[in-house]
Design a protein around this ligand. Structure first.
Ligand code: AMP
Ligand code: GLY
Length: 426
């Protein structure tokens, strides 16, 4: 069988790596892939990103199954396109992907179906947004209503920060938010206190299978300081998701979401990622939905997955996920992201990468923004590598990952030394 992974980051490298281990998979294509996947003899980079060209490729090569990594192609309707052509693909339709691509849609959906989340209001008019913030006070959360790679959110601790965020998102747009077609809008939310976790499930439209839990680290700096990023590291499992929290997340958030989407006539297929905020009483609320695997959550989750991912995806695209029981490695997987100089602002590109360790059963370096320049590996974007290790404890996994990080060299590399700190302290 041939499979196709769409995307070129660390998440897609991990998906391709895992699919290549299936006995039934003979060829793994990754489009466009990156420098690391180009060098991996088990994977084949395909230099395509256009959905129509990808569908032509999948048809011509008789690809048995396609899985989509990032939100961009999903929001553009790649799943609808493949299905119209009779091609098997795992992901949500364009309509279902609005759960992620429009925060306004997601909030209205949650309100309509009674799914716990922060109170919110949506504004296109700056004056009305400013007045709302003055009434509500700080802390308060300002979000752009569009895709922003995790960067279009400002958790304002003061009113001044909140007003500045509104001006930026509805005006100058220095954060580079990609607004929806209806134009610039902001969602203003109640601040929720608690600890976050990533709760990701697979859906076939009717049935749901939960993946292992994980926790991301969104801030650039140690101790969760500095600006938000796409994620600087993750680990799995996340102890904050106790069996009790897990049950609540399934019964109060995930299952009502899947049922609500079906009821709204937009059945959800694909990975559904609920970002949870868990308060001191163990009550989870939804921070956001993503309609895909997280990155770097995918790297740590897939490193622990023992089941054959290809078989699981066949069930997920055939409506038989109820027949699947996933098997997990009991150890902790922990991934440390190495980012380029300048990230999460404009990253510098083209720095030579050296000192990469050989992969082992306990350590893998997933590539994200890397490219080959005359056979040399160089940086090509913000999050460059995700150095992922297994360990008997979070501390051991962290030590293993950091041991490798310290051997890897590229100019301007930034990483966090405290990934997993909440589990290590526990
Ligand atoms: P989002 O892109 O919606 O996941 O937001 C990015 C990050 O901002 C989240 O991971 C949280 O850390 C934080 N955040 C978003 N919304 C809220 C909220 N209502 N209360 C507290 N923190 C939030
Ligand atoms: N790591 C967070 C995300 O993928 O959205």
């Amino acid at each position: 069988m041939k499979v196709l992974v769409i995307g070129g980051g660390g998440r897609e490298h991990a998906l391709a790596w895992k699919l290549a281990q299936s006995e039934r998979v003979q060829t793994v294509y990754i489009a466009p892939g990156n420098g690391g996947t180009a060098r991996d003899p088990a994977l084949h980079n395909v230099a395509l990103t256009d959905p129509l060209a990808l569908a032509d490729f999948a048809a011509a090569e008789k690809v048995a199954l396609t899985v989509v990594g990032p939100e961009g192609p999903l929001a553009a309707g790649i799943v609808d396109l493949f299905r119209e052509r009779g091609l098997r693909i795992f992901g949500p339709t364009k309509a279902a992907a609005q759960l992620e691509s429009s925060k306004g849609y997601a909030k209205a959906f949650m309100q309509r179906h009674g799914i716990p989340t922060a109170r919110h209001a949506t504004f296109a008019d700056a004056a009305a947004a400013h007045a709302h913030v003055d009434r509500e006070g700080a802390p308060i959360v300002i979000k752009a209503d569009g895709l922003a790679a995790g960067k279009g959110v400002v958790v304002a601790t003061t009113l001044a920060e909140a007003h500045a965020a509104i001006d930026d998102m509805l005006g100058a747009n220095a954060l580079g938010v990609q607004h929806n077609a209806e134009g610039a809008r902001v969602v203003i939310e109640e601040f929720m206190a608690g600890e976050e976790a990533s709760f990701i499930v697979m859906c076939d439209g009717r049935h749901v299978v939960a993946l292992a839990t994980s926790q991301d680290h969104k801030r650039i700096g140690d101790g969760d300081t500095g600006p938000n990023t796409g994620g600087m590291g993750a680990y799995s499992p996340a102890p904050v998701v106790t069996p009790n929290v897990h049950a609540k997340a399934m019964h109060e958030i995930v299952l009502p979401t899947i049922a609500g989407m079906a009821k709204d006539g937009v059945p959800f297929t694909g990975f559904l990622y609920a970002g949870l905020m868990i308060d001191a009483q163990g009550q989870p609320r939804t921070v956001e939905f993503n309609c895909r695997l997280g990155d770097p959550e995918a790297e740590v989750i897939l490193m622990r997955l023992k089941s054959d991912l290809f078989e699981v995806l066949l069930h997920a695209t055939g409506g038989t996920l109820d027949q699947v029981e996933l098997q997990w490695d009991r150890r902790t997987a922990l991934g440390v992201v190495m980012a380029a100089q300048g990230y999460p602002g404009t990253p510098r590109k083209g720095d030579a990468i050296g000192g990469l360790p050989a992969a082992s059963g306990e350590l893998i370096v997933f590539h994200a923004a890397t490219a080959l320049a005359d056979d040399r590996l160089v940086t090509s974007g913000g999050r460059v590598l995700c150095v992922t290790a297994l360990g008997d404890s979070p501390r051991q996994a962290q030590q293993r990952a950091l041991g490798a990080v310290q051997q890897i060299r590229f100019d301007g590399a930034q990483w966090r030394n405290d990934i997993g700190h909440r589990a290590i302290k526990h």
